[in-house]
Write a protein that binds this ligand. Structure first.
Ligand code: B16
Ligand code: MG
Length: 234
């Protein structure tokens, strides 16, 4: 059996949609919830904002904010309490939440990146893959610097270079552009349903981890990043 036929059989066995037939040359990583657990810090900051507004806010509610922009996240939080506020007040609230979040980010160090994540990134680089970040966050570069990951990536596409956040594919399409690769040559790694939708809409194969592993159309479901290099190698 040829290598290509083996790949097709793997694809059928795994229920992967088209991913195993591609020759992947790049991997685009979501940041919050995939490489670092800033999703917990977002939860703490949004909880404080919701508390101040008298709006109950749970971890399940926080899951709805994964991959969604700061402004859209605020709209979701306000809708939980049926609160209506002016656009000016929204700007104040979003800024307050971000200031609190930035204070929480100050506590981050390279120890906040797990050995599994570092090993997977190192293996992919050693395999010659080009690596990029595809994050909705406007704080992505600050986070990457705090945890010492920035130097491992060839490109960063984040909330600073997009006009539409996930589920729109813009952030991943820009990341592929930065890597000088086509979407068909890249796989995305995501923890959010909105992120999986964005990847698939852009024509990317997509790994789903955590909450994203329950997405019905995700290309590969994984329990940890250690599974990524073997899949990419086909
Ligand atoms: P910021 P990702 C996303 O990052 C987060 O998942 C989402 O919860 C957050 O609202 C969004 O970034 C914007 O973040 O307020 O820092 O600009 O998962 O796309 O890496
Ligand atoms: Mg995420």
């Amino acid at each position: 059996m040829s290598g290509e036929q083996e790949g097709e059989q793997d694809s059928a066995q795994d229920g992967a949609r088209g991913g195993a037939r591609r020759r992947l040359r790049g991997v685009i990583f979501d940041l919050d919830g995939v490489l670092v657990h800033t999703d917990e810090l977002h939860f703490q900051a949004w909880s404080a904002t919701a508390d101040r507004l008298g709006i109950p806010f749970t971890r399940a509610d926080n899951d709805r904010l994964r991959g969604v922009s700061r402004a859209e996240s605020l709209d979701i939080v306000l809708s939980l309490g049926g609160a209506e506020v002016s656009e000016t007040e929204k700007e104040v609230l979003a800024d307050e939440k971000n200031q609190l979040y930035r204070r929480l980010l100050e506590t981050m160090t390279p120890d906040d990146v797990s050995p599994e994540v570092r090993a997977a990134l190192g293996t992919l680089r050693a395999m010659g893959l080009r690596l990029a970040i595809g994050s909705s966050s406007r704080n992505a570069k600050v986070i990457l610097d705090k945890v010492g990951l920035r130097g491992l990536f060839d490109a960063v596409s984040d909330g600073e270079n997009i006009t539409r956040s996930k589920p729109d594919p813009e952030v991943f399409l820009r990341a592929a552009d930065f890597l000088a690769l086509s979407p068909g040559e890249c796989a995305v790694v995501e923890d959010a349903h909105a992120g999986v939708d964005a990847a698939l809409a852009g024509g990317f194969a997509c790994f789903g981890i955590g909450a994203a592993a329950t997405h019905p159309d995700v290309t590969w479901r994984i329990d940890g990043l250690a599974e990524v290099p073997a899949r990419v190698a086909g």
